[in-house]
Each structure stands twice: as structure tokens, then as C-alpha cells.
Write a protein that binds this ligand. Structure first.
Ligand code: HEC
Ligand code: HEC
Length: 223
């Protein structure tokens, strides 16, 4: 019968579509949820030549010993430590004519697992304190926030995917800082350092900014 043929074709097509969707969904989630792996992080630490300066016991290295790097710590606390150490490393890397090691977000997640970072150890972010951090660290000497501040893109109030996770933020900051170091000598902005919960609070503020509607002209005082 015509109608029953049509029905079986529809059933066959919907089954096929379902299978395709299930396969796609599986591939997407299995990729996104590949858990950070400390062993891969250890391999990256060697591959990116971090051990040129950081070795167990600190002995002949130029930087702190490996055990000082690998300690139980908050994820965003580690982002702050990584941020702080860039100028020291940058100087040596450029003097020795080496390339700045790059990390994508997945590699950064593995590295951070190896360095024993755990998001559960980060304090709950305090966005109000984060706003103070944004100003005190001088981000607005270069960037704008809702068009107030410096002229270097991006405007930090514009939503960004990397605000969502500590590892994506770490990867962005890792590539950002050498560019910023270049800009800061020109602009004479002292290199800002982060301690304790400051990075967590800053990111808490920037994340929140993505849900707050843009301020009208009346909200920006004294200009
Ligand atoms: C050219 C030498 C050099 C290389 C290569 C190097 N570091 Fe460092 N690192 C240092 C020095 C020097 C310090 C201490 C400087 C400071 O505290 O500002 C340091 C400190 C650190 C700290 C602690 C910062 C803090 O404030 O507690 C971390 C974490 C770190 N390095 C991670 C890494 C990782 C990850 C790599 C590889 C991608 C790496 N380092 C490669 C020289 C280096
Ligand atoms: C001395 C100038 C300077 C300061 C201070 C500065 N930045 Fe930047 N920032 C830059 C430059 C330069 C770039 C790269 C612009 C480009 O390549 O298009 C950049 C890019 C960025 C980006 C985009 C990175 C990307 O890969 O898309 C973010 C996010 C950012 N900065 C956040 C911050 C935050 C947060 C602070 C304060 C803690 C800060 N910046 C302080 C100069 C600065």
C-alpha cells in the first residue's frame, strides 16, 4: 500500500536521523568532557621545556623548584601565579632567543591538573572586590570597560567564552601577557601582580558583567 510504504520510509528516515544525532551528540560531549589528565600535563611540562628552569629540588634551575609549583592550590590562584611569573620567564626566553611556549585550553587544563590545581579550592568570587581589582591592576589603562578606559581591544565588558572556565582563562592570559609586557614598557604601566583570591574576584566580576545590561550615559559619573 502507498500509505504504508510512505510510513515505513518516514520511520526509516527518522531512525537514521536519530542515529546521526546520537552519534554527533556523543562525539561533541566526549570531546568536551575529556577530563584533564595530570600525566599528559607532566609530558607537556617537559615538552614545553618548563624543566629548563624548574626541576625537583630547585638545585640547578633558575626558578623555584618543581615541588613549589606543584602544590595543592585553587585553579584561579594558579592562573594568578602563572600571570605573575611571565616577566621573569619572558626576559630569559627572549634573551636566549627561545620561542614563547604556547598552550591551547585543553593543554592548559592538563598542565593545571599536573600542577595540582583544583577549582574547588578557589574561594567564592566576590564581584565587588573584583571591580576594585580591575581598576587597581591597571587593566583600564589599556582596555576599556563599557567604553571607559584605554583604547586597546577588547572592551572587557563584552561577553567572552573564556570568562567561563579557569583553564580557558589561563590559556588566554598565558598568550596575552607577553603582548601586554610589550605594551607596558611602551605605556609605562607597572606590571600588575595577583595574589590570593584576586584573580578569582576579577573573573567573578567580568563574568557578572556579561549578564548586566550595558550602563546608560547617566551611569558613568564625572566625564
Ligand atoms: C627561563 C626560565 C623559566 C622557564 C622556561 C619557566 N619558568 Fe616558571 N619561573 C621562572 C622564574 C625565574 C620564576 C620565579 C619568578 C617570579 O616569581 O616572578 C618562575 C616561577 C614560576 C611559577 C610560580 C609563580 C609564583 O608566583 O608563585 C610557576 C607556576 C611557573 N613558574 C610555571 C612555569 C611553567 C608552567 C613553565 C613552562 C611553560 C615555566 N614556568 C617555565 C623561570 C622560568
Ligand atoms: C599595558 C597594556 C595592557 C594592560 C595593562 C592589560 N592588557 Fe589586556 N591586552 C593588551 C594587549 C596589547 C592585548 C592584545 C591585543 C591584540 O593582540 O589585539 C590585550 C588583550 C587582552 C584580552 C584578549 C585576549 C585574546 O586573546 O583575545 C583580554 C581578555 C585582556 N587583554 C584582559 C586584560 C585584563 C583582565 C587585564 C588586567 C588584569 C589586562 N588585559 C591588562 C594590553 C594590556
Amino acid at each position: 500500500m502507498n500509505a504504508s510504504i510512505r510510513r515505513s520510509v518516514v520511520v526509516a528516515l527518522s531512525t537514521l536521523l536519530l542515529v546521526v544525532l546520537v552519534v554527533l551528540a556523543f562525539r561533541v560531549t566526549s570531546h568536551a568532557e575529556a577530563p584533564p589528565d595530570a600525566e599528559r600535563g607532566r609530558a607537556l611540562f617537559l615538552a614545553k621545556q618548563c624543566d629548563r628552569c624548574h626541576i625537583a629540588g630547585g638545585g640547578a634551575g633558575f626558578g623555584p623548584g618543581l615541588e613549589d609549583l606543584r602544590r595543592p592550590q585553587g585553579s584561579l590562584e594558579l592562573v594568578g601565579r602563572l600571570w605573575n611569573h611571565v616577566p621573569a620567564m619572558w626576559a630569559t626566553v627572549t634573551q636566549q632567543g627561545l620561542r614563547w611556549p604556547e598552550f591551547d585550553a585543553a593543554e592548559m587544563a592538563d598542565l593545571m591538573a599536573y600542577l595540582r590545581a583544583d577549582a574547588a579550592r578557589d574561594a567564592r568570587p566576590d564581584p565587588a572586590k573584583g571591580q576594585v581589582v580591575l581598576i587597581r591592576k591597571g587593566c583600564l589603562k589599556c582596555h576599556s570597560y563599557r567604553r571607559e578606559g584605554g583604547g586597546i581591544q577588547p572592551d572587557l565588558a563584552v561577553p567572552r567564552g573564556d570568562y567561563a572556565s579557569a583553564t580557558a582563562w589561563a590559556a588566554t592570559m598565558w598568550t596575552h601577557t607577553p603582548r601586554m609586557v610589550g605594551a607596558s614598557t611602551g605605556l609605562r604601566v607597572p606590571y600588575p601582580r595577583f595574589s590570593g583570591d584576586e584573580m578569582s574576584n576579577l573573573l567573578g566580576f567580568l563574568r557578572g558583567a556579561t549578564t548586566v545590561p550595558p550602563a546608560g550615559p547617566s551611569a558613568s559619573p564625572g566625564r
